[in-house]
Design a protein around this ligand. Structure first.
Ligand code: ZN
Length: 269
């Protein structure tokens, strides 16, 4: 467990044990100091799904597409991708694996700080269609929790690993967690490693109003494809927005809390 995890856990336990009003004593170097308790509140539940259960693209006249990147955060490829997206002022959606968020929380901070959206891509990347409801819910809930505890915002959509989910499971997640299933309309098949130019070409050719483009920010060639892809898609007149923006939703998750870097790395309201 890293220091960050411990501190985050402390904050979370503070929320549970102290009810958010008491002070939390934290040892710092030689002397113990008391800091105001600013614990994370319990993970909230989404209360409205906007009536979406599952979709592959968004029906819209708006000339915009959603770039989506699965399986991160990755320690080197994701930061490189963020640099590129920032250069073009393009927003994207990152379907993150909970275990990877736990390993690379600082990259999740960067994703959120730079205006991108975070979606839920399960905790361990299993084939959900082979799992029972309790396991499916556990995979989703654990990732909701780590994202919430890391950045104080909650994913409002999920994407099943391998696209493997049953209609019944999507309905169950929409009913019980208000989290719709977002598939894709453009598959770059970048995991087959076809090379950067082919990945970029597939993105550009697939772009149309409301398209949801699938790629993975764990592959170097994918990241290197993005400048050409963005330039080609932009030349066809499309903007780059997050999944929630494409759906016309105002924001992707409760953002009442702001991360404050410092000795205690607390969250402040
Ligand atoms: Zn995946």
């Amino acid at each position: 467990m890293t220091d960050f995890d411990r501190r985050t856990l402390l904050s979370g336990l503070g929320a549970l044990c102290l009810g958010g009003t008491a002070s939390l004593s934290i040892s710092s170097r030689a002397d113990a100091q008391t800091v105001p308790a600013v614990p994370m509140p319990p993970v909230p539940r989404l209360t409205h799904s906007h009536d979406v259960v599952s979709l592959t693209e968004v029906r819209t006249n708006r000339p915009a597409v959603a770039l989506t990147f699965d399986d991160g955060p990755h320690p080197t490829h994701t930061p490189m991708l963020l640099d590129i997206l920032a250069r073009y002022n393009a927003k994207a959606t990152f379907y993150v694996i909970g275990q990877m968020v736990r390993r690379y929380p600082e990259i999740l901070h960067r994703i959120v700080a730079e205006g991108h959206e975070v979606g839920n891509h399960t905790w361990t990347h299993p084939t959900l269609s082979r799992l029972g409801n309790p396991s499916v819910l556990s995979e989703i809930d654990r990732t909701q929790e780590i994202v919430w505890r890391t950045v104080g915002a909650l994913p409002v959509t999920m994407r099943p690993p391998y696209g493997a989910i049953t209609g019944r499971q999507s309905h169950m997640l929409a009913d019980q967690r208000s989290i719709p299933t977002i598939m894709w309309s453009v598959d770059t098949q970048d995991w087959r490693r076809p090379g950067s130019s082919i990945v970029a070409d597939r993105m550009v050719r697939g772009a149309r109003a409301g398209a949801v483009i699938l790629a993975h920010d764990i592959h170097g060639p994918t990241v290197r494809a993005i400048p050409a892809a963005i330039e080609g898609i932009a030349a066809r007149g499309f903007d780059f927005v997050t999944v929630s923006q494409l759906l016309g939703w105002r924001r992707w998750g409760p953002r009442g809390l702001r991360y404050v870097s410092g000795p205690a790395n607390e969250y402040r309201g």
